[in-house]
Design a protein around this ligand. Structure first.
Ligand code: PMT
Length: 422
């Protein structure tokens, strides 16, 4: 197996983020920021200024982050738990969104007159800030001077955006959208791009297979390829060399991805076993037919007037992913399988993880309306092995593109643990 390069991938999984919320109308969007960060696998602790609590309640952010929200510097009970210096040291990064003109001014002057500003002084972690204010306040010389000073002090600015404002004005000063803020945080943690020759090779199977019964009929399933193609797109976006072994689907090849078209399980098996020994990661997302006709008819099967039934003899197809997982250790990539289940999702997925010898499995309940086969959205339970037993992460319904990012991040997180010998 090629080893994982130490740079090139951006993962928020496991990152500890301190989110500061100050008193702007955009504070309501901090709820979505917390939710997106949690979905990306971050630990999130929220600190609110006094004014922020007039716009959104600590309880909302506590429910979303799963952690008590801190609002006061002089809170004996909170300090008895994780003191403010400990909290400042805990954070991998501080993100303030929204940041008002007043907060920015206080930060520039190194003030420590509330918990949030005190934490910013006490922390050596990277700091990102998303200003939000009225357009005239944003344009004001004092604000512009302060923002320039913040940038000079090492703060990374996110936005602001321009457009309609809650006060009725139009212009710059709107807080960037939560998705843009998450993307900026992700970019912040992204290591330098990797050189193409060092890029890990990710091989992904996607779509259905077709098993001919005769020249015009086949056995197949409803896989559209969307989940596998989303994974290929995400892996390529993150700098991997990606080969997609695709069954028949009507999707365009993602940018930068090499596509090998196959039709049958046997063809997919041959392509997978040819590529896997050189791959870093193998992801089996295809819905492979478990059986094929023992003998596909050479000519179209004719309907017979004196026969009401037709018996087909099917033979088992090879298990592609199990064969990849059984490669000798020096040729074996990190292997991620999928499990399409309609009941007892976790139990069957645990069984497939063990039986097929996989490193990780993504289990989806394909009986749920609007998820799984053919849809744009999916939900999944990710299970992976650790020396101390299996661990899991539940991903709620979301676009397949987003779920693909989470699956790929978790894959890389596990792979880098293995590469580092942890
Ligand atoms: O393509 P979409 O419309 O976006 O739908 C996505 C999906 C539902 C197809 C996808 O999310 C999914 O669940 N893919 C796996 C489907 C499947 O065949 O699951 P399974 O539980 O039968 O197989 C378990 C694993 O073994 C899978 O990784 C599968 O690729 C692999 N397998 C199965 C049979 C076989 N002969 N060879 C294999 O490698």
């Amino acid at each position: 197996m090629a080893s994982l390069p130490q740079s090139g991938f951006s993962s928020l999984a496991g990152k500890r983020l301190l989110l500061g919320v100050s008193a702007g109308i955009a504070a309501y969007k901090s709820a979505l920021i917390v939710r997106l960060l949690k979905q990306a696998g971050c630990e999130v602790r929220v600190v609110m200024t006094d004014g922020a609590q007039a716009f959104i309640t600590p309880l909302t952010l506590q429910a979303l982050s799963g952690e008590p929200v801190r609002t006061s510097l002089l809170d004996p009970e909170a300090e008895a738990g994780m003191g403010h210096i400990e909290l400042a040291r805990w954070a991998d990064a501080i993100v303030i969104a929204p940041a008002t003109a007043d907060l920015i001014a206080r930060l520039v002057h190194g003030m420590a007159d509330d918990l949030l500003t005190t934490l910013c002084l006490a922390s050596e972690a990277p700091r990102l800030i998303a200003p939000a204010m009225n357009q005239a306040m944003w344009r004001h010389t004092a604000t512009q001077r302060n923002v320039a000073q913040l940038a000079a002090d090492g703060w990374q600015l996110i936005g602001p955006a321009a457009g309609d404002q809650a006060c009725g004005d139009v212009g710059p000063g709107r807080m960037s959208e939560p998705e843009e803020i998450i993307e900026a945080i992700r970019r912040h943690f992204a290591p330098p791009p990797i050189a193409p020759q060092d890029a890990p090779h990710v091989v992904i199977t996607a779509g259905p297979t077709r098993e001919a019964l005769d020249p015009v009929r086949y056995l197949s399933n409803h896989s559209s390829g969307k989940m596998g193609y989303a994974l290929a797109t995400e892996a390529a976006r993150q700098g991997a060399r990606v080969t997609l072994i695709s069954g028949p689907v009507s999707l365009p090849t993602p940018a930068g991805v090499e596509r090998i078209e196959v039709e049958t399980a046997l063809q997919m098996h041959a392509a997978a076993l040819r590529l896997a020994p050189e791959a870093t990661v193998f992801i089996g997302c295809a819905a492979v037919a478990d059986y094929r006709a023992e003998n596909a008819a050479e000519h179209k099967l004719k309907k017979s007037d004196d026969r009401d039934t037709l018996t087909l003899t099917l033979v088992k197809n090879p298990d592609i992913i199990a064969d990849v997982a059984a490669l000798p250790i020096e040729q074996r990539p990190f292997v991620v399988g999928f499990a399409a289940e309609t009941q007892d999702v976790e139990r069957y997925a645990q069984d497939k993880l063990a039986r097929k010898g996989l490193d990780m499995i993504v289990a989806n309940d394909v009986s749920q309306q609007g998820l799984g086969f053919g849809s744009d959205d999916n939900a999944a339970l990710l299970l992976w092995r650790t020396p101390l037993g299996n661990e899991q992460l539940s991903a709620p319904p979301q676009p397949k593109t987003q779920l693909a990012a989470l699956i790929f991040q978790q894959t890389l997180a596990q792979l880098s643990l293995i590469s580092s010998g942890a």
